[in-house]
Every structure is written in structure tokens, then in C-alpha cells.
Ligand binder design. Sequence first.
Ligand code: PA5
Length: 498
Amino acid sequence: MDGWENFRKNWLWFEEFGFGLDLSGAQRKSKIDANAELAAFRAMEDLEGGAIANGSENRRVGHYWLRAPELAPERSIGDEIVRTLERVKAFAADVRSGKIRTEAGPFSDLLCIGIGGSALGAQLLIGALGGDNLQVHFFDNTDPDGFRITLDKIGHRLERTLVIVTSKSGSTPEPRNGLAAVEEEMDKAGLRLGKRAVAVTCSGSELDRRAEDESWLGRFPMWDWVGGRTSVTSAVGLLPAALSAIDVDEFLAGAAAMDRLTRNVENNPAMGLAKACYDLSGGGPAAAMVVIPYCDRLCHISRYLQQLAMESLGKKLSRSGQELSGGLTVYGNRGSTDQHSYVQQLRDGLKNFFVVFIEVLSGREPRRTKAMKNAGNYLEGFYLGTKAALAEAGRPSITITLRQITAHSVGMLVALFERTVGFYGEFTDVNAYDQPGVEAGKKAADRLLALLDELKLFLEKKNMSPNGNDAEAIAAAMGRPKDVEMLFKWLEFLRAQP
Ligand code: PA5
């Protein structure tokens, strides 16, 4: 088959949506046969029908209902989705119009506190589509330097800063510490946090109770049937998006449109993409997916997809209990920037990857001047050139094409990958909706923080200054010989504190 014929055969284009998928650079004899495809479709139908698709946590998986509430298995769920969306939009409209304001005037800044699935979706949306009505900042770590840099940037506008704290569980340490840092800063400035704060969390969580007790400005629900990494179409993504003047209805409509396409057996872009990813990655860690959007507005997409794919698919055991160690490694940044860093290796080095290009035919702003038109031509030229250079060297690639970056097309993109990951999880028989590894890390950190408290007490009692050289003696005296290495690390950490 010649190149053009191959392209025509493997190019899906949805004219109505200005959305396309080119699998011509990724053709392999598929390891997924018709039965496996059918089983994946059936599993998706069950999941959308309200089955317990997240078996290890005994939960349903309902992100598809968020953009089609009429499909929710119970009317009460659908009603709550609709009600929450209306409340999100009304709250955002009131903030933007200045109806909800501070003593010092309308809100000028938005500080989003959350981590992982409680941050990445909002970052993606605001980066791609955010307006300039509010200056948006994120606390998505527990690094005091990061908190300081952001708080300094906000500076005297802190009194006009709206704080959204997003945490499904309501007890994750990173957002809790971020909240404490901003509260301390507000206390110093004589400001009341509750008058500026909103919580997005599961009903009854620690965060929810606090927001209720202190009469925060708003409380929006998260539900146990929505996973963090698929929560961008819930209040978790929609609230910051609506506050940033993003058309959330269009975003949801885009996701719903893709959901409909990806329920079809024919011309299903998610099934095509999932099969290509599975065939190219070997169904395991053999090849990574390198995501390169040729569009600055999509600069967060690779990190977003990294979490979506790696937290969903990187599991130790299959649902039937088989040892796996599988996953789909994802990295990337953006084109053409990446051509000046790692693309050299992609072209000439290790053959352990496939690329997913995201081509955007037209930006948000019309390119009116000569210089802007020229820059746009180069961006497209660099994408086409890189794709050709990789193909010439036998390196596989896939391209997703968006006619334009709009709320609708970003909604389609998000939903395409959600379904792709869902199908891929079925091919490898993993529970794509739990994250036992994340929980394991959280538990280990809790234990080590308790060890730090014990060490500090010990040092205080003995009136000793911390020094790693004393680790062995201290471990013995504390009756913790097995923890000597960790005690050494904590002693050196304490020694470095001013
Ligand atoms: O996708 C996930 O489940 C995780 O990344 C969570 O979003 C992350 O751990 C934050 O959890 P929480 O929203 O409970 O604070």
C-alpha cells in the first residue's frame, strides 16, 4: 500500500466537530482480536450502566454521566449532577460580575489548592482556554518555597483572592498544608479565610465539615463514583474553568459528543487509538507514549495524560489476580520546543516509544499580521517535518487533529483519552480506576512523619542538636535499629533547617 492510500485508509475525520485521528503511521498487525474488542465494548456498557467497575474499592465509575446525566443509573444521581452544574455556573457568574465580592472589591485572583486529579484537569483547561478575568495560581505540592513564590506573586491582592480547595478525600496532606499556608498569610493580614474560600470535596469529609463549620463561601460536591483523574468534567474542573470564563457547557458538550462516537463499533476513534497504543506499547512497559502537542495552549496535556494513563494502567495485578507490572509510560511537552531537546533521540536513538502528535490547525486568535501568519506556518511545518523524519527512520506516530482549540474540542480530547484508557485497561484486564500504589506512598509517608515526631522528642529530651553522624547511636537509643537510614535522613534534614 502506498503512503497516500495508507493515510486515506487510516484517517478518521469528523467534519462536524473538526476533529481527526490519523493512525496511518502506527499500523501493526493487531494483537486485539474481534472478541477482545467486543469484551471491551461490553465492559464499557456495564460501567456506564452503573456496574461496580472499580472492584477493589467497591465503587461505580460514573464520569460519563457527568456529561450525560440522563444516563446515570439512578435519577437522584442525574439530578445532583445537573444541580451541581447549575450551582457552579451561578457561583462563577456571581463572582465574575462582582455580586460575590470581598470587602475590598471584586475578586482579582484565584488560588486553586489541590493535587493530582484535583489539580491537573483545571490546569489543562485554564492553560488551554482560560480568560484573563482572574489571575489563576495553583498550590499543587507541599513545597514551602513554592507556596512562598505564589503568595509573593499574589502579594497585596491576597484580600481579593478566591481560594478553591479541592480534595475528594478531604484529608490529603498536600492541599491541607497549602490551605494552612494561605490561612497563615491571611491571618497575618487580618483577613478571614472563610469569606474567600470554597471547598470541592466529598460530602462529610474533614474538609467539608470544616467548610460548613466556618461558613465558607461555597461547598461543591465530589462523588465517590468519580475518580480524581477523571474528575475534570465534575465541579473539580468545572468550577475553576467557569471562574476563568471558560464555556463549561461547550466543554461538556464536546466530551458528550466524543462519548457518543466512542460507543459506536464503527469508526470509533478511542477503539482505534487504544488498539494502536496497545500494539505499539506491547501492552506493557516496552514502549512509551510521547505526547507532543504543537500548541502552547495544550502545554499541560502530557502531564494530564501521564496521570490518566499511568495511574490507571500501571498495576501490579490483573483483576483476576495475575502478576502483571504493566502500564503505559507517558511523557512529552510540546512542539516545536521538544525538537530542540529529546526529539534527537526519538529520531536516531532507542526505538522504545511511539509519538502522539496533537496538531491544531488554527489558534484561538485569528493570525492577522504577517509575522503571526509566518510563525503559524512554521509551527505546522515543524510538526509535518518531524512526523516525516520519524516515519523515514521507522518510528511510529499517531496524530490527533483539532481544527481549533475551543472548549468543545478540548472536551472531545479529554473524553477520547478517558475512553482510550478504559479500553486499554480492558485489554490488559486491570482495574483502571483504583490507585493502590498512591495509597501505599501516602501510608509510608505517614509512618515516616511519625518517626520524625518521635526523633524530635528524643532530641529535645536529650538536649541534642541534630547530626547525621549520630544516627546509629540515636537509632539504638530509640530502640529503632532498623530505621537507622531514615533517622540519618531526618537528622540531616533537621540540621539543614535554619
Ligand atoms: O487521581 C487520583 O485519584 C489521585 O491523583 C488524587 O486525585 C490525588 O491523590 C488527590 O486526592 P484527593 O482529591 O483526595 O485530595
